[in-house]
Design a protein around this ligand. Structure first.
Ligand code: RIB
Length: 412
């Protein structure tokens, strides 16, 4: 293990257990006590930890920046889970946490124009209300996970601009327990221009990925301890694909279940499907991947079957107002959606994926997890903004309206 990786692993350990002795760490990382002492002294100098007699304690709200192999990148580690009971209580309102999800994904600044209708080509229209806020499929999904009383670690890359500060403030003030933010010194933070149609809440998005696309396979490799400490690894396709595929491989190698939300669509996704336990395309992505145009539940079933044949463990097609279709190779299970007053569909898929990952990390069955995710997403579309996720207690209330008799199972 390289020094850099061991330092990160030590921070991860301290994040989890709050304190560690030199002896424990030397044994865990199979190095001498002298090596650990010098690691701890260095980390203490950087301000990440405090030395104590015979070991170290993690500091409150660690904001640890270190240079890595290539000089164009900086890492910001933020750990907030190992704090005083009081802080945990205020973040999670005293609720019991269960399971852990590690998310690799994008952070974008969303510029959202609320419009009466989408503009035609060459047309200028007015937006009554334009909002700038945090977004990115990865960050939105991490936020959704964190709302479900599940420990959350988020990994992303931002640029060297004022938007990176927005990322830091957004993530550190959220219920996300810890994150690793790489910072590219050259590229800009990702942005997304979003139109939301006020009549039906539908959206159109143009993403400028910026630094999201410059995360490297080595940077992903460095978060192995976080992946290994999780129950579920969740990712999407907004980062550069070689790094994303490496992360999926790391999770698979360590026996961690992988959920891949194949959005935005890339035909290259086929190269990683064998390592994916749960693939969660929407209708468009499922149609493109299967070459079967989905128009209804029957065509969705054909598409799910074709996708399953490409090697994924389970296919879960999100069908918007029609709910979700699960296919495990033996049976189709249709989970109908709950009724919602749709205000903004942006981030509905993120809400579904985050909630599904959280429920799976808690050890729920696939059907229960998909049902929970449908309820979570039905509340998310009632709120404006892609990162505006519902409260856990509201999801539980909405779930009481769910009629399990509507869940239909059909043998293959
Ligand atoms: O899924 C919604 C998200 O897609 C937005 O927040 C936008 O940033 C894009 O990544």
């Amino acid at each position: 293990m390289l020094n850099k990786e061991r330092h990160y692993a030590i921070l991860t350990w301290l994040n989890r257990y709050e304190r560690a002795t030199v002896n424990q760490l030397a044994k865990a990382f199979n190095v001498t006590r002298e090596t650990i002492r010098s690691d701890l002294n260095l980390l203490a100098q950087e301000g990440g930890i405090e030395r104590c007699h015979g070991g170290a304690i993690i500091k409150r709200r660690i904001f640890h920046t270190q240079s890595v192999n290539n000089l164009d990148t900086t890492i910001i580690h933020f750990f907030d889970a190992a704090q005083s009971k009081k802080t945990i209580k205020s973040r999670h309102k005293g609720r019991k946490m269960k399971g852990k999800v590690c998310i690799l994904g994008s952070f974008n600044v969303d510029i959202i124009a609320n419009v009466d209708r989408f503009p035609q080509s060459g047309e200028s229209i007015f937006s009554e209300n334009t909002i700038i806020g945090p977004g990115g499929k990865g960050a939105n999904q991490a936020l959704a996970v964190s709302k479900c009383n599940v420990k959350t670690h988020f990994v992303a890359k931002v640029g060297n601009d004022q938007f990176s500060q927005m990322a830091f403030e957004h993530l550190s003030s959220s219920a996300i327990d810890s994150f690793t933010l790489y910072q590219d010194k050259e590229k800009k933070t990702g942005t997304a221009i979003i139109y939301v149609c006020q009549s039906d809440g539908e959206n159109m998005i143009a993403i400028s990925p910026g630094a999201n696309r410059s995360i490297t396979a080595d940077e992903v490799e460095a978060i192995t301890p976080e992946v290994r400490n999780s129950d579920i690894f969740l990712t999407q396709l907004e980062n550069n694909l070689p790094a994303t595929f490496r992360a999926i491989e790391i999770a698979r190698r360590n026996g961690i279940k992988v959920i891949l939300n194949p959005a935005p669509w890339s035909a290259d996704v086929v190269h990683c499907l064998k390592n994916v336990d749960f693939l969660t395309p929407n209708e468009t992505e499922a149609s493109l991947l299967s070459a079967i145009h989905i128009t209804d539940l029957a065509s969705a079933k054909l598409a799910a079957k074709a996708i399953k044949a490409r090697g994924v463990g389970h296919v879960i097609i999100t069908l918007g107002a029609k709910g979700a279709l699960i296919y495990d190779g033996e049976q189709f299970i249709h989970i109908p959606a709950l009724k919602a007053v749709c205000v903004d569909t942006t981030g509905a898929g993120d809400a579904f994926n985050g909630a599904f990952a959280a429920a799976m990390a808690k050890g729920e069955s696939i059907i229960q997890a998909a049902k929970f995710a449908c309820a979570f997403a039905s509340l998310a579309v009632e709120k404006e903004g892609a990162s505006n996720m519902p409260e856990y207690k509201d999801v539980l209330t909405r779930l009481t309206h769910y009629n399990d008799k509507n869940i239909l199972t059909e043998k293959n």
